[in-house]
Structure formats: structure tokens, C-alpha cells
Design a protein around this ligand. Structure first.
Ligand SMILES: Nc1nc2c(ncn2[C@@H]2O[C@H](COP(=O)(O)OP(=O)(O)O)[C@@H](O)[C@H]2O)c(=O)[nH]1
Ligand SMILES: [Mg+2]
Length: 218
């Protein structure tokens, strides 16, 4: 009975997500869903990305349990930022995205980014209508996360390894990370960045542009 309830919730979510995706496709608007543990650097990555994409029209929907702190940070770099407070909810759902979209000029955008609630498990099951999931993992949280949380890394369109400026000091074992990541996903692209120093942002921006063009010209 309990499983039935969960299935119904997911089915209702997927119907809304499918309608949102159709809308995004009609607009040629690329949408990415950023998922990671709290503190991996989702907001920092988006802050620097928005700054680099100043020439493009961007919007961010950002989920958090309680505060509007991430929206305040992102709002310094972009005028279209909507904070979605989920209360005790550990993930964003498609209905919350649909409601959040009412506050932004969705037909005048080049990019829509979604920062999910910090959590490596629950957000993965909830389709938001996005075209891709960006899984973040930082060099300070352990090389073993891909094998401990395989679903996120299996469903990721791109993996961003953040805080590479801290890799040496944290003793991050790159070989173990790649070996174990490849056990769960043999071909997902990985981009190593530092949102603090800007290291390798050229590669990240190039990946974004390639993704944007693929959505616009399927
Ligand atoms: N040194 C360093 N710190 C970072 C980097 N990215 C994020 N941080 C810091 O890590 C903390 C958590 O980052 P935040 O963007 O809030 O993570 P989120 O919870 O995933 O959104 C903050 O203190 C950031 O300044 C990075 O590339 N290098
Ligand atoms: Mg954040």
C-alpha cells in the first residue's frame, strides 16, 4: 500500500514534469538541475557561472528548506532568481518548479538553472522537466561518493568535481575517484573546477554552450 502511494506521487510528478519539458522544448530553453550534498558548491558554481554568462539571459530556481540565503547570493549576479522553500521537503518537485516559473519571464531566457535542495538521494527520483542533471561532488567530501550514491552518478548528464583548489590539502585521491566513478558510469563527462579561483571554468562554460546548442537544435 505504501509503495502504491509513492508510485502515485511519482506518476503525478512525472506528468507535470513532462508538460514543463514540452514547454521548455517549444521555447528552445535549456534547463539543468544541479544536485549534490549540502556544501558541495552548487551556489558557488552558479554564482561564478552567472557572472561568466552575463551576456546571456539566465534564471535560477533555487530550493532550500528554510532560508533565502542562496537566492540572495545568486541575486547579486542575475535578476531572475526565485527561492523555493520546501519546509521539511528534501527535494524539489515538478509542481514547485511549475509554480516558480510564474515569477520569471520564461519565454525571454537563454538558460534556466535549478539548484536542488542539498541531498544526494531524494532529488534524483523527482523529474523537474529538466534536460540534464549536473551532479556535483567536492574534493573534500570523499572519493567514495559515486559508489555510495550510485543513482545520482548514473543519472548525471555531467559530473562537476568542485573545490579542486582544495584537492591537495584534503588528500583527495583522484585515481580512486575516477576508478570508482567509472564503475557506476563509464562515460559521463567530468569537469574539474574551482569556483573560488575560476580554474577550468573555460571547460565548464564550453560544456554548457555545447549543451545549450544541443537543446536548441535537437
Ligand atoms: N575553496 C573553495 N571553496 C568553495 C568552492 N566552491 C564552494 N566553496 C565554499 O564551500 C562552501 C559551500 O558552498 P555552497 O556554494 O554554499 O554549497 P551548496 O550548499 O552546494 O550550494 C562555501 O563556504 C563556499 O564558499 C571552491 O571551488 N573552492
Ligand atoms: Mg546552495
Amino acid at each position: 500500500m505504501k509503495i502504491q502511494v509513492v508510485q502515485n506521487v511519482l506518476r503525478a510528478n512525472d506528468a507535470i514534469a513532462a508538460a514543463s519539458r514540452e514547454h521548455f522544448n517549444k521555447l528552445g530553453l535549456p534547463v539543468l538541475n544541479f544536485i549534490s550534498a549540502p556544501g558541495s558548491g552548487k551556489t558557488a558554481l552558479l554564482e561564478r557561472t552567472l557572472e561568466c554568462l552575463k551576456a546571456k539571459r539566465c534564471a535560477v530556481l533555487v530550493g532550500d528548506l528554510a532560508t533565502s540565503r542562496d537566492a540572495e547570493r545568486l541575486g547579486r549576479h542575475c535578476e531572475n532568481v526565485v527561492q523555493i522553500n520546501t519546509g521539511k521537503g528534501c527535494h524539489l518537485d515538478a509542481a514547485q518548479i511549475e509554480a516558480g516559473l510564474k515569477n520569471i519571464p520564461v519565454d525571454q531566457l537563454d538558460w534556466l538553472f535549478i539548484e536542488n535542495v542539498g541531498n544526494m538521494v531524494c532529488p534524483v527520483d523527482f523529474d523537474l522537466g529538466e534536460h540534464g542533471k549536473v551532479a556535483l561532488i567536492s574534493t573534500v567530501e570523499g572519493e567514495d561518493k559515486p559508489v555510495k550514491y550510485p543513482t545520482l552518478f548514473q543519472k548525471a548528464t555531467c559530473v562537476v568535481l568542485t573545490k579542486v583548489d582544495l584537492a591537495a590539502v584534503s588528500g583527495f585521491d583522484r585515481d580512486q575517484f575516477y576508478r570508482e566513478l567509472r564503475q557506476v558510469n563509464s562515460d559521463v563527462p567530468v569537469i574539474e573546477v574551482s569556483s573560488r579561483t575560476g580554474e577550468n571554468f573555460d571547460a565548464w562554460l564550453a560544456w554548457l554552450e555545447q549543451f545549450r546548442l544541443a537543446v536548441r537544435q535537437p
